[in-house]
Design a protein around this ligand. Structure first.
Ligand SMILES: NC(=O)c1ccc[n+]([C@@H]2O[C@H](COP(=O)([O-])OP(=O)(O)OC[C@H]3O[C@@H](n4cnc5c(N)ncnc54)[C@H](O)[C@@H]3O)[C@@H](O)[C@H]2O)c1
Ligand SMILES: N[C@H](CO)Cc1c[nH]c[nH+]1
Ligand SMILES: [Zn+2]
Length: 437
C-alpha cells in the first residue's frame, strides 16, 4: 500500500524530489501536444474531427450540439439528479456572488483620485473534462463565476462521448447556465482551438478548466506563446491529509481514494505522526479498494502516492506547506490550532466531517484549483478570474499643483524629458490662464 517516508531522515534534496510532481520527465507529452497545436492551427476543424476519431473513438458529423439537442439531453435525466445539480448550482452561486465587491476610491493627495473598476473578460473558453469520467460539476464551477462576472461570450468544449454527444448531466448544467452550444472537442486540441479559433470554434481571450496532462500542457504552451491567458495549471488531482491518532482511518482512506480514482496520475499523500494510523489507513485502503468500481485506476494512483511520518503536527504542516497541495484535509481534533500555520494550499477541509468531496460538488467553494505545487503562487478559480480590474485616475487643478513637481523630479532623475514635459506644460498652462479642468 502506501510507501512510507520518515520526515526527519530526509535531506532537503530528498524532500524537494518528493514534492516535485513532474509528470512528463521525458518531455513526451510536450512533443505530442506541440504537434496537436500545430495541426489545429493549420488544419482547423478537420484536425478536430480527426482527433475525435483517434482519441475519443467517435466519428462526428458536426463539432457542436445546438440548443435543441442540449435541451433534449438535459431533460432526459432523472428528477433527483436535476435537484442535486440545482442545489449545487445555488450553493456555488451563493458563495461566488459575494466575490463581486466594489472597491472604494482614494484621494492619494488632495485633488488626485485613484480607483479600480472591474470589467468582465469578454470571450472566455471553458474546458469540461470528459475522458475517464464526465464532470458536470466542473461545468458549474466554471460557468457560474463566468456568468456572475458578466462575460459576453462563453465557449464550452468537452470531449464527445461514444454516442457523439455529451451526457445528459452536462446538458442539464448548460440549461441551468443558459449556455446554448457545446463544442464536442476534448484534450489539447480543444485548448488549441479556443486559443487560435477555427471555422467552427471562436477564439477566446482566456481559457479555463482542469484536465489531464495533455490539457494542462496545452494550456501552459498556449499561455507562453499566444495572447490567450489561462486560469492556472489545474492538472491531475491531488490531496494531502494531515491525520493523527484522533483521526478515523476509514475516513482518511476514503478521502485518499476519492482523489486517487480521478486518474492514474493523481496523487494522495498521508502526513501523520502515528505509525499505527498508517497501518490502519493501509488496512482501510485495502478494504475500500476491494469494492471500488474504479479500483484499477485508484490502485495505480495509490502506488504513486505515499505516507510521510512526521514527529508532530507542526512538522506535518511544514511538509504540507512545501508540497502545496491542491486539497489539504486536516482530519485531527486540533485542526483549529494548526490552521493558522497554513501557507500554501488550494482549498482546505477542516475536521473529521468535512470530506474533500463536499468542495468537489456542492458546499459552494470552487473545485478548479492549482496542482503540481502551483498553489504556492496561484489561487483557485473565482469570479476574479473572469474579470480584469482597470485602474482609473482623475487630477484636478489643485491635484496637479500638489503632485506636479514630484512627477517632474522623478522624470528628470530617470532622464525622461518628455514625461516631465507632459506635466510642466500643464502647470504652465494652468498658471498662465489660472484655469483648469
Ligand atoms: N485540478 C483541478 O481543478 C481538477 C478538477 C477536475 C478534474 N481534474 C483532473 O482532470 C483530469 C481529467 O482527465 P480525463 O483524462 O478524465 O479527461 P480530459 O477531458 O482532461 O481528457 C480527455 C482527452 O484527452 C485526450 N487524450 C487522451 N489520450 C491522449 C493521447 N494519448 N494523446 C493525446 N491526447 C489524448 C483526448 O483528446 C481526450 O478527449 C483528471 O486528471 C482529474 O484529476 C483536475
Ligand atoms: N477533485 C477534482 C479537482 O481536483 C474535482 C472533481 C470533480 N468531480 C469530482 N471531483
Ligand atoms: Zn474530485
Amino acid at each position: 500500500m502506501l510507501k512510507t517516508y520518515t520526515y526527519s531522515e530526509l535531506s532537503t534534496a530528498d524532500l524537494n524530489q518528493l514534492v516535485l510532481r513532474n509528470t512528463d520527465p521525458a518531455n513526451a507529452i510536450q512533443e505530442t501536444v506541440e504537434n496537436i497545436i500545430q495541426a489545429v492551427r493549420t488544419k482547423g476543424d478537420d484536425a478536430l474531427l480527426d482527433y475525435a476519431e483517434r482519441f475519443d473513438h467517435v466519428k462526428l458529423n458536426q463539432l457542436f450540439l445546438d440548443e435543441e439537442a442540449i435541451q433534449t439531453l438535459a431533460f432526459s435525466i432523472g428528477r433527483e439528479q436535476q435537484r442535486a445539480l440545482e442545489i449545487a448550482f445555488n450553493n456555488i452561486h451563493k458563495f461566488h456572488q459575494l466575490q463581486l465587491r466594489k472597491e472604494k476610491k482614494v484621494d492619494t493627495m488632495p485633488g488626485v483620485t485613484c480607483w479600480r473598476e472591474p470589467r468582465p473578460i469578454e470571450r472566455v473558453g471553458l474546458y469540461i473534462p470528459g475522458g475517464t469520467a464526465v464532470l458536470p460539476s466542473t461545468f458549474l464551477m466554471l460557468g457560474i463565476p463566468a456568468r456572475i462576472a458578466g462575460c459576453r461570450e462563453i465557449v464550452v468544449c468537452s470531449p464527445p462521448q461514444a454516442d457523439g454527444k455529451v451526457n445528459g448531466y452536462l446538458a442539464y448544467c448548460a440549461y441551468l447556465l443558459k449556455i446554448k452550444r457545446i463544442y464536442l472537442v476534448g484534450g489539447a486540441q480543444a485548448v488549441a482551438a479556443m486559443a487560435y479559433g477555427t471555422a467552427s470554434i471562436p477564439k477566446v481571450d482566456k481559457i479555463f478548466g482542469p484536465g489531464n496532462q495533455f490539457v494542462t500542457k496545452a494550456k501552459t504552451i498556449i499561455q507562453a506563446t499566444t495572447s490567450t491567458a489561462i486560469d492556472m495549471p489545474a492538472g491531475p488531482s491531488e490531496v494531502l491529509v494531515i491525520a493523527n491518532d484522533t483521526s478515523n482511518p476509514d475516513f482518511v482512506a476514503a478521502d485518499l481514494l476519492a482523489q486517487a480514482e480521478h486518474g492514474k496520475d493523481s496523487q494522495a499523500v498521508l502526513v501523520t505522526n502515528s505509525v499505527q494510523l498508517i497501518e490502519r489507513v493501509n488496512e482501510a485502503l485495502r478494504e475500500q479498494l476491494a469494492v471500488l468500481p474504479r479500483a484499477a485506476i485508484a490502485e495505480v494512483a495509490i502506488s504513486n502516492s505515499y505516507a510521510m511520518l512526521c514527529g508532530n503536527l507542526l512538522e506535518a504542516m511544514d511538509f504540507s506547506n512545501r508540497y502545496a497541495p491542491e486539497h489539504l484535509i486536516i482530519a485531527v481534533d486540533e485542526w483549529q490550532e494548526i490552521t493558522r500555520k497554513i501557507v500554501n494550499a488550494g482549498s482546505v477541509f477542516l475536521g473529521h466531517l468535512t470530506p474533500e468531496s463536499a468542495g468537489d460538488y456542492a458546499s459552494g467553494t470552487n473545485h478548479t484549483l492549482p496542482t503540481s505545487a502551483f498553489a504556492r503562487s496561484y489561487s483557485g478559480v473565482s469570479v476574479d478570474s473572469f474579470i480584469k480590474k482597470i485602474t482609473f485616475q482623475h487630477i484636478t487643478p489643485e491635484g496637479i499643483e500638489n503632485i506636479g513637481n514630484t512627477i517632474e523630479i522623478l522624470a528628470e532623475l530617470e532622464g525622461l524629458q518628455a514625461h516631465k514635459n507632459a506635466v510642466t506644460i500643464r502647470l504652465e498652462a494652468f498658471s498662465n490662464t489660472d484655469s483648469g479642468k
